[in-house]
Design a protein around this ligand. Sequence first.
Ligand SMILES: [Zn+2]
Length: 246
Amino acid sequence: MLKITREQIGRLIKLQQIETDKKRIKATLENLPDQLAELDTGLDRAEKAVNNKKTLLKDYEQKYRSYESDTEINRTKIKKSEEKLGFAKNNKEYQSSLKEIHELKNKNSKIEDDMIECLDRAEEIERDIKSRKEDYNKIGKKINIEKNIIKNQAKNDEHKLLELHAERANIIESVQKDLIEKFFIIQKKQTNGIAIAKAKNSICYGCNMNIPPQMYNDLQRCDSLKFCPFCDRILYWEQEKTDNAV
Ligand SMILES: [Zn+2]
């Protein structure tokens, strides 16, 4: 049976705190590239939205030019038909040219309506692009700020990690060797890396199981190392509060 003191247990609790903090900080730092990439994804999406609208605008501009050239062709045809009017040999030819001119003018009138609609739509898209560009700039600025915050946090985390590392080394040196060895063996076996758990109100806070009464009494003396019979973690006793607070 390993003899212990409250002080030694206190150091193990501190060591556990350091181990947990280190794990959390390391996970945050490991997640850093993903976090930054995720922010860039937001900006990429905004850029894509602008580009999609630009493509749509080009389609409408092309459509407009095509209408323009159609009306131009029709106008040339109208001119020719009007010339033909002057050379009509009889009424039939005359009427036929008139009909042609009428039909071509009708066609052009329809196309011109479409052109107006096309222009309206293009203007609408241009406004949309402008507002999306503003969004893009806003997002870009916001992302830069967020990136700086994350990077600063990472710097702090790295610094904190170094501090924890030094503190950890000090604690390891100040605790008896066999106790430390036991601590790390148990830690390795626990999926959450928690090697030491408090026992309070007869419950192991590592696994939430009830500790046998005799063991719970022994724990309160804090003179030998005790393990939870269910989760194998090192146990330490924490005094119950009178208000039953957990
Ligand atoms: Zn337990």
